[in-house]
Design a protein around this ligand. Sequence first.
Ligand code: ZN
Length: 111
Amino acid sequence: MKGPTEEEIRNVIMPLMLSGAKMLDRHCPRCGSPLFEKDGRVFCPVCEYRERKRKAEMKEEVKDVEERLREKLTQLANSLPEDIEELEKHLRVMEKIIDLLERYKRLEGSE
Ligand SMILES: [Zn+2]
């Protein structure tokens, strides 16, 4: 992984230095940023920032998929076929979508 970008220095490292965190003369083995110490905890602010950003992006993606699934579910519910066999197939698909939505819900709740 690359070292801190200008944006990360501006948004992560600078505010941290101003907040009174101590910059150590050790560097993060993953990204090369200087490590910091605050309240007895040594950490890499850049890796933490990237992790938070990644999680937020993932959440957005999940939300997107969820929305599309919900739309599909409504569509399916509004167009139930008369034929029993067709109806069964239809319901199975709906069941799967509901299942997926439940799983996404658990995923979101796990943070
Ligand atoms: Zn790091």
